[in-house]
Design a protein. Sequence first.
Length: 161
Amino acid sequence: MIKAVSTYNKNKGTALATYAARCIENEILMSIRTEKKQQGEVSLHDPIGTDRDGNAVSLSDVLGSDPEQVQNDVEIRIASEQLRRIISAALTDRERLVVELRYGIMGGRCMAQREIAKLLGISRSYVSRIEKKALNKLNREFDDADKGVKYRNDKIWPIGK
């Protein structure tokens, strides 16, 4: 109500009661939206109930895993998904295929450059050039977007922030 009174402009030809009703309705809707967004966020340490002895039980207790390991696994999954999206957006089809085969990104095994060359009917040195160009593109994307994923040696590592 205070916000409605302080922002009301009588020169616009709207009655204060009408304007105040709209302001209050908008504030309520914004509050509901904010609450809905926060309901989707779950912490591993939030209490989800109590045990027989009346002690608080958290999601990490129910999972039966080390909470840090669970969090690490979730971060890796998120980073892997970001990696897949960036690979699809930044690389050509051929570059994407070479990187996916070389590093086993889509769940396959890591393949040697010779194997990829034979599969695609191109030379091993051409596979090497495609791979190098693709990794340079990805590094630029990650540097620009600070996505938290880097490549090292022969593996692509999602890393925590």
